[in-house]
Design a protein around this ligand. Structure first.
Ligand code: PLP
Length: 402
């Protein structure tokens, strides 16, 4: 019955798109204005300056009317030439897709990583990158590409360590980083970490619907783009940077998503970017305590790189994670992330990003716990109880009138 609509709101607890706050939906509902008209430039300048603060950069950020995949392509197409060697690192499914995209563009990606499934349970091993770059005496490798928050596994790699590895090898390769699901959830510092291109998207920590994505640039990346030979037109930075100086775009931007972006930046800055990170870390800790209490395994095997964005929950042998998700979807109106690629059916992913708060997380964990029980998974203890104990013992009253 296509008309059937379950009561209450749907719990969209996948690791992006994350639920869009009402405030952003309202901002998006304003009439679309002339993108060449007199009012538009002020909006353009406002969002371009605001998004620089979120990336922690003083350099330009390009905004594309595209999903994250477009921004992935843009980062490569603007900085590299056909046949260039690039060093990529396999943290999971998204690193694998970026690698595939690089091959399709005519690049020669080399895929580093720990063997088998281990690579999908740990962060980027910076010493492996350092060793490989040191061996590349002729500097044939033109870029190092890593995923900051690997959305398929729930692992957040140490980007500063990757920067140090490139510097220790005294290698001139560009550093390209995907923080599509990390931005505005996990600490990220484009300038301080010496990243040349950071790729991100709208539908995760920024809480927007899918549809816009970003390239944050460095002066070195802009210089590389002037001699890079991969074909580019829609993705080309030059006209974009020129037009952006006055807040305009070379082609029709996604005006209504830019309204939402302005509103999202205002919300994030009103809470405080650092407090947004603290909130994500605390919710992630509560979620992990629930998983530990259940007696289930977390996909990320290294506590130093646990993701504040999502938690991957590994099923015991013989349990189909997709069946657990199906039960939860049908009975409790909640969507959880599927296991992707190498971990399909082995795990599911709980998203706790964006506007998520204590009670949204508790509802999410309740749905998981009931669904796991219904699927016949033997749980050691109540995860929801463990999460509540942690949340109540770390709760802080909001700074507002009472
Ligand atoms: N990279 C990461 C880390 C992602 O999480 C995603 C999407 O989930 C992508 C890339 C691809 O982005 P999109 O699906 O917006 O094209």
């Amino acid at each position: 019955n296509l008309n059937f609509h379950p009561a209450g709101r749907h719990f969209l607890q996948i690791p992006g798109p994350s639920p869009v706050p009402d405030r952003l939906l309202r901002a998006m509902s304003y009439p679309t204005i002339d993108h060449r008209g007199p009012e538009f430039g002020a909006l353009g300048l406002q969002v371009l300056a605001g998004i620089q603060r979120i990336f922690k950069t003083k350099h330009p950020v390009v905004i594309y009317p595209a999903s994250g995949t477009g921004a992935w392509e843009a980062a490569l197409a603007n900085t590299l030439s056909p046949g260039d060697s690039v060093l990529m690192y396999e943290t999971g499914h998204f690193a694998t897709l970026w690698n595939k995209l690089a091959t399709r563009l005519g690049l020669k990606p080399e895929f580093l990583g720990l063997p088998g499934i281990e690579g999908w349970r740990h962060g980027v091993q910076a010493p492996m990158i350092e060793e490989r770059l040191k061996a590349d005496r002729n500097h044939t490798i033109k870029a190092v590409c890593v995923v900051h928050n690997e959305t398929s596994t729930g692992v957040t790699s140490d980007i500063a360590a990757v920067r140090r590895a490139i510097d220790a090898a005294k290698h001139p390769a560009l550093l390209l980083v995907d923080t599509i699901s990390g931005l505005a959830c996990a600490d990220y510092r484009h300038d301080e970490w010496g990243v040349d291109v950071t790729v991100s998207g709208s539908q995760k920590g920024l809480m927007l619907p899918p549809g816009i994505s970003f390239n944050a640039l460095s002066p070195k990346a802009i210089e590389a783009s002037q001699s890079a030979k991969l074909p580019k037109a829609f993705w080309a930075w030059d006209e974009m940077l020129e037009m952006n100086r006055t807040g305009y775009f070379p082609y029709t931007p996604n005006t209504n998503l830019l309204y939402a972006l302005a509103e999202a930046i205002e919300m994030i800055e009103a809470e405080g970017l650092e407090k947004v990170f603290t909130r994500h870390n605390r919710l992630a800790e509560a979620c992990r305590r629930a998983v530990n209490a259940w007696g289930l395994e977390i996909q990320c095997a290294d506590p130093a790189v646990y993701s504040p964005v999502l938690t991957g929950v590994v099923m015991p042998e013989g349990v189909d994670a997709d069946n657990v998700r199906r039960i939860i979807y049908r009975c409790f109106n909640m969507s959880l992330g599927a296991g992707l690629g190498k971990v399909k059916g082995r795990m599911f992913r709980i998203g706790h990003l964006g506007e998520c708060n204590d009670l949204a997380l508790m509802a999410t964990l309740s749905g998981c716990e009931m669904g796991l029980n219904m699927a016949g998974v033997k749980l050691r203890a109540s995860g929801t109880a463990a999460a509540m104990v942690y949340l109540q013992s770390t709760a802080e009253p909001a700074d507002r009138p009472h």
